[in-house]
Design a protein around this ligand. Structure first.
Ligand code: NG1
Length: 461
């Protein structure tokens, strides 16, 4: 179990309400009283679905990424922060090997599957895949089927992780499931191993993503971002460092309300462009495996070897294979040079941001965030008019340090570092300008940098 994950054991002798409130205060701070209402409603729903008895409560947070976008699967650097919005999973073990899943949100209808050595995935898009994936990966790791459970998920707004908003709701669900299976299997997980397991579980679902979301969901510390070097060392360990968020600023999240749906193909095409870049650079630099390997090479030397645009079919004709990448058509145009430029420059920006945070040079942090947005929009082409409109509005307030899209892109959220005294003015201004420019409503909320996933407590219902 990670040192940062809080574990609270059920104490039958104590007052369960006071005990739970104490535990929620550790996790949510001043938000504990309202969380209590949510937790009690979830406990009632669990009892209604599965009957009275003991229940374990697990949680896993969503995240924003301060900087370092689409660098994780290139073995680069990232700087994510956990939200205090999370996925709550209530669970009770079952002895018959059947996992049963319910959800407080009606659009996720009940599901069930049997644990076994080989758990088949449900159809693409089925929410049970976020439980099947971790169950399968943990079964593989432990060499025996994991214990089954009755589970109820509570992740509805405003406490849950917004879905499709680039704040990692899918990873939060995967991690919550993995933490529950691990707990009932009595597997004492360590951060890196569990993060990898959860990342593999998401490959099971079909996205060829990286490990950032799982790491931050598991290892987050209150009040801190997490610097993560996504290149494992020879023993499979990753370098991580908690980074305090700057005093006097709030990290504000602006949800555009635009949801990315069916963008897995676009995502995998960006992965393909990066892999193509590595394959082409390998002709001159035979040892490289990821774009991270060329971080110290001159960009002008690299770009000369990278085509502006090439298709998978053209690459294959030239003897270049890109590996297992679902949903990347043969004729998809891969913008290899621009995508690699984004990754190469973004890695530098992450390291510069660390330096700037270390010396409390917040204006410098702001200009790096702005540059990161430009690179994401122009080189990686993952922005939208709505995200751009939010960044423009955010930068109009004096003292704001940067604005950039966060997460995969194609909708979702923008973040800004806002001086504490200007938070209200900022939210009013951005909300007004955004609805004038786009006809949409933005949801603006602070990122409270909460703690990582784990077992909250066990109680009787
Ligand atoms: P979101 O925004 O949660 O879809 C995805 C990937 C991350 C990372 C970011 C872009 C998954 C589960 N998540 O996050 O690993 O690549 O995009 O920086 O694949």
């Amino acid at each position: 179990m990670s040192a940062s994950a809080k574990i609270f054991q059920h104490n039958r002798g104590s007052n369960p309400v006071a005990q739970l409130l104490g535990e929620l205060t550790e996790i949510y701070g001043s938000g504990a009283a309202t969380q209590m209402v949510r937790y009690r409603a979830a406990l009632d729903a669990f009892r209604a679905a599965y009957g009275p008895g003991p229940v374990h409560l697990f949680r896993a947070p969503g995240r924003v990424n301060l900087i370092g976008e689409h660098t994780d699967y290139n073995h680069g650097y990232v700087l994510p922060v956990a939200l205090d919005r999370d996925v709550l999973l209530l669970a009770r073990p079952r002895s018959d090997g059947q996992v049963r899943l319910a959800n407080v949100e009606g659009d996720f209808t009940p599901r069930s599957f049997a644990v076994s050595d080989a758990i088949p995935s449900a159809v693409a898009g089925d929410w049970s895949n976020y439980a099947r994936g971790p169950a399968q990966e943990l079964t593989r790791l432990l060499g025996a089927p994991v214990p089954a459970f009755d589970g109820l998920v509570s992740a509805a707004p405003p406490f849950g992780v917004p879905r499709g908003a680039g704040v990692s709701s899918s990873s939060a669900l995967t991690v919550a499931m993995a933490v529950a299976f691990a707990h009932f299997a009595d597997w004492k997980w360590k951060g890196a191993e569990m993060a990898r397991l959860c990342s593999d579980a998401e490959w099971y679902v079909g996205t060829r993503g990286g490990i950032m979301d799982q790491f931050i969901a598991l290892l987050a510390e209150r009040g801190h971002a997490l610097f993560l070097d996504c290149r494992p060392d020879s023993a499979g360990n990753f370098r991580t460092r908690p980074i305090p968020l700057p005093a006097g600023y709030r990290l504000l999240v602006m949800d555009s309300g635009v949801r990315h749906t069916n963008t897995r193909n676009e995502f995998n095409q960006r992965v393909a462009a990066c892999r193509a870049g590595v394959a082409l650079l390998r002709r001159e630099m035979p040892g490289i495996t990821h774009l991270r390997d060329v971080e110290n090479a001159e960009w002008t030397l690299l770009e000369a070897q990278l085509p502006e645009e090439v298709s998978v079919a053209q690459l294959r004709a030239g003897g270049v294979e890109l590996g297992d990448l679902p949903n990347v058509p043969d004729d998809a145009p891969l913008r290899v040079r621009a995508c690699c430029r984004h990754v190469w420059t973004e890695n530098r920006r992450v390291l510069e941001t660390l330096d700037a945070l270390g010396s409390n040079d917040i204006p410098r942090v702001g200009s790096l965030l702005d540059d990161a947005h430009t690179s994401a929009a122009e080189d990686y082409r993952i922005s939208t008019p709505e995200l751009d409109a939010l960044t423009v509005a955010a930068r109009q307030i004096d003292g704001v340090a940067g604005a950039r899209l966060t997460g995969a892109g194609w909708g979702g959220c923008v973040i800004s570092l806002v001086p504490e005294a200007q938070v209200d003015e900022f939210a009013t201004h951005v909300g007004r300008v955004y609805s004038r420019e786009t006809g949409r409503e933005a949801t603006i909320f602070p990122c409270s940098a909460g703690p990582g996933a784990g077992l909250v407590t066990a109680v009787d219902v």
